[in-house]
Design a protein around this ligand. Structure first.
Ligand code: SF4
Length: 360
């Protein structure tokens, strides 16, 4: 049976049905609709004011590639300028190839690119070194969580380095729905309270962050990359932990099979969520070491680096029932453990998310 006509231009044959609406569109009309929807998200949410210098967190993956491409198309209408900021976590055999994709994008789209490296920012610590340090500690499966904390800090540092006023990341609706599910399943009221909305306004001196693709489904992000013929990196990180996110993703797929709007409904649920006063986390203060926003004495990045320094890597992620962390010693982290000659192999299981943990 021939493909139906495009429901928008009525000239070309439809190339796809939009996953949520079922609307049959040709590739060109789909891409135009996708861009218009992102524009509406940014304008309606007042995410990026005219004149903003926007740091795009670029990983080389499909989401950040689509985000950079769409914002480059929209930049003249939004009146913003773009900078690509990529983070080199120091993951042998993975990040080099992903960074090569980012460099190709920057050259093709004529966008300035800055790469910031964990090793430079965190006293020589790379993710490979962190993984070696945590091996056998029972925390080795938490690589993505450690990485996410450091990455958030690195992206902030990179954005400041390029004079950005705002940070954007490529999280889509599926990523956000998984995060909402994870926070519900963990009973993490603090993160649920912070997780709603399209971003943060920049409390505590941090740069405002937003997620312009937050209402776009993962399927449509992939379709947009396909029809725009975007070059992106799609291999999985060598650290494939048994991340809790994998369970949330599986659950979301089951929910979507019964209710196609489940992901977006979850995102909107988090936006409307109101916590009872007794369940609300106390307002965050400032990290006693670096001044960043912190719900304990040390922010998560400083707590992690402090733990590495003491040889007891730990993270204050979760509900924090134990009260405030003890403040650690104030010196820089010690040199990371020397490279034994090979990067750690992949752990059992697979997060399959590449880097969805990292910018939340
Ligand atoms: Fe970091 Fe992403 Fe690799 Fe996890 S999958 S360790 S967040 S780069």
């Amino acid at each position: 049976m021939p493909a139906p006509q495009c429901a928008s231009c009525h000239a070309a044959r439809a190339a796809l049905r939009r996953p949520r609406s079922g609307q049959a569109l040709c590739g060109a009309c789909f891409c135009a609709a996708f861009e218009a929807e992102v524009l509406h998200t940014v304008l309606a949410g007042r995410l990026l004011p005219p004149g903003a210098v926007v740091a795009v967190g670029a990983s080389g993956g499909k989401d950040s590639t689509v985000l950079a491409h769409v914002l480059r198309e929209l930049a003249p209408r939004l009146g913003v300028s773009l900078r690509l900021v990529a983070v080199d976590e120091g993951i042998g055999g993975y990040r080099d190839a992903a960074l090569a994709a980012v460099r190709r994008q920057a050259a093709r789209w004529d966008l300035p690119l800055t790469v910031v490296a964990y090793a430079d920012l965190f006293g020589g610590w790379t993710m490979d070194a962190v993984a070696r340090s945590t091996a056998g500690s029972g925390r080795s499966r938490a690589c993505c969580t450690f990485c996410g904390v450091l990455r958030r800090r690195a992206l902030e540092e990179g954005a400041r380095l390029v004079g950005a006023t705002h940070i954007v990341t490529g999280h889509n609706a599926d990523d956000m729905a998984e995060t909402v599910l994870m926070n519900f399943l963990r009973g993490d009221a603090g993160r649920l309270a912070r997780g709603g909305g399209l971003g943060s306004r920049g409390e505590g001196g941090a740069l405002p962050r937003c997620r312009p693709l937050q209402l776009a489904s993962q399927k449509e992000v992939v379709l947009y990359a396909h029809f725009r013929r975007l070059d992106y990196f799609s291999e999985e990180c060598v650290y494939a932990p048994e991340a809790f996110r994998g369970h949330a993703r599986h659950l979301l797929k089951l929910l979507e099979a019964a209710r196609p709007s489940a992901a977006l409904d979850l995102v909107h649920s988090a936006e409307r969520l109101a916590l009872a006063p007794a369940a609300r986390p106390p307002p965050p203060g400032a990290c006693s070491r670096c001044g960043a926003l912190a719900s304990r004495a040390l922010c998560q990045a400083c707590a992690l680096l402090d733990g590495l320094q003491r040889g007891r890597p730990r993270l204050a992620i979760g509900k924090g029932r134990g009260g405030r962390d003890e403040e650690g010693s104030s010196g820089p982290p010690p040199p990371p453990p020397s490279d034994p000659g090979s990067a750690p192999g992949p752990a059992a299981g697979g997060c399959g998310a590449t880097c969805k943990e990292r910018c939340e």
